[in-house]
Design a binder for this molecule. Structure first.
Ligand code: NAD
Ligand code: UDP
Ligand code: UDP
Length: 316
């Protein structure tokens, strides 16, 4: 039987590199497309010897003509520091990138997965967040380039389905962490782990009473694959994917300090503008549809993440 060919945009990023690995293990031909805006060759180096793995440096804001059976569209800077660095480019990546990847799916008949985000809910007025909640987004704030870009991408996915009958799978991802997060992307887990390992101050923004729900990367990738491979074409999502165990940021800081056995002190900085106060996915739909729920508890996932960063810092 012909091997399925799968395109992963953003394949050299944190989530993308784990997905490349998983799909190669499943016997797929994998084409990783990335412009290295935040991704790193180091994330995919270990796959380069695999004859079924191919890499293309390309910005998805420009058209791409390749022949594939499936597309996972992950290309987009994901951390607030990175997506606010060049906000216009962030919106272009979300919107022009989606149009190009949908155009590619339309021409080839490929099934297409979109990595959307819990940020489509903004600073949510409903808790926990279910898929039918329309969100509470400031359209002109510093997070809007990402939030509104991803919302517009969702609109495009559903319009391409209605207008052209595309097979789409839209997943709304909640905070995910694990090995290969970028050291410098300012996300809370990588920041706290690296600060604790270096003995630097742990920077809690605001009072640390805002909440997030953290999913370990392996759990999330399992859900991607089930969504793409095991659901019927009529099932499009949007579907929340994440871990519903909710923690305050202060609790996260204390857990990291405890696990690293670090002497770092917790210090408090200003809360960024429009920082959501609470976030927790309702994953009933994913549980029912995918027979899936996260398996890795926070402490266990943090131990693996700490080991990765410890090693990374030694060789840096
Ligand atoms: P990441 O920054 O590690 O990966 C994004 C990748 O996309 C990088 O390799 C980057 O170089 C690439 N990229 C950016 N713009 C591009 C462009 N124009 N053309 C080609 N490649 C481009 O981030 P991640 O955490 O792996 O996130 C992957 C996807 O998942 C993103 O779309 C993000 O919005 C979404 N997501 C992630 C999380 C999370 O917690 N990790 C949560 C919600 C949504
Ligand atoms: N596109 C692409 N690869 C393809 C097919 C299309 O990158 O294999 C791009 C193309 O540049 C176009 C976009 O996807 O701008 C949307 O394609 P669609 O067919 O929807 O629109 P049209 O070509 O009619 O503008
Ligand atoms: N945060 C923090 N210290 C840091 C980095 C982030 O307290 O060094 C907070 C941030 O203000 C937010 C939460 O942790 O409330 C999660 O931030 P992250 O950037 O990881 O993701 P997002 O805000 O997109 O959920």
């Amino acid at each position: 039987m012909k091997k399925k060919s799968v395109l992963i945009t953003g394949g050299s990023g944190f989530l993308g590199s784990h997905l490349c690995e998983r799909l190669l293990d499943m016997g797929r031909n994998v084409l990783c497309v990335d412009n290295y805006f935040t991704g790193k060759k180091g994330n995919i180096l270990h796959m380069m010897d695999n004859p079924y793995f191919e890499v293309l440096r390309h910005d998805i804001c420009f058209p791409l003509y390749v022949e594939v059976d499936e597309i996972y569209n992950l290309a987009c800077p994901a951390s607030p520091i990175h997506y606010q660095y060049d906000p216009v480019q962030t919106t272009k990546t979300s919107v022009h990138g989606a149009i190009n990847m949908l155009g590619l799916a339309k021409r080839t008949g490929a099934k297409i997965f979109q990595a959307s985000t819990s940020e489509v809910y903004g600073n949510p007025a409903v808790h926990p967040q279910t898929e039918c909640y329309w969100g509470h987004v400031n359209p002109i704030g510093p997070r809007a380039c990402y939030d509104e870009g991803k919302r517009c991408a969702e609109t495009l996915f559903f319009d391409y389905r209605r207008q052209h009958g595309l097979r789409i799978k839209v997943a709304r991802l909640f905070n995910t962490y694990g090995p290969r997060m970028a050291l410098d992307d300012g996300r809370v887990v990588s920041n706290f782990v690296v600060q604790a390992l270096r003995g630097e101050d742990i920077t809690v923004y605001g009072k640390g009473d805002q909440t997030r729900s953290f999913c370990y990367v392996d759990d999330l990738i399992e859900a991607f694959v089930r969504f793409m491979e095991q659901t019927p074409d009529e099932f499009t999502g949007p579907m929340n994917l994440g871990n519903p165990s909710e923690f305050t940021i202060l609790e996260l800081a204390e857990t990291v300090l405890d696990l690293v056995n670090s002497k770092s002190r917790i210090v408090f900085h200003d809360l960024p503008v429009d920082d959501p106060t609470q976030r927790k996915p309702d994953i009933s739909l994913a549980k029912k549809t995918l027979d899936w729920e996260p398996k890795v508890p926070l402490r266990e996932g943090l131990i693996k993440t700490i080991a990765y960063f410890e090693d990374f810092l030694k060789n840096d």
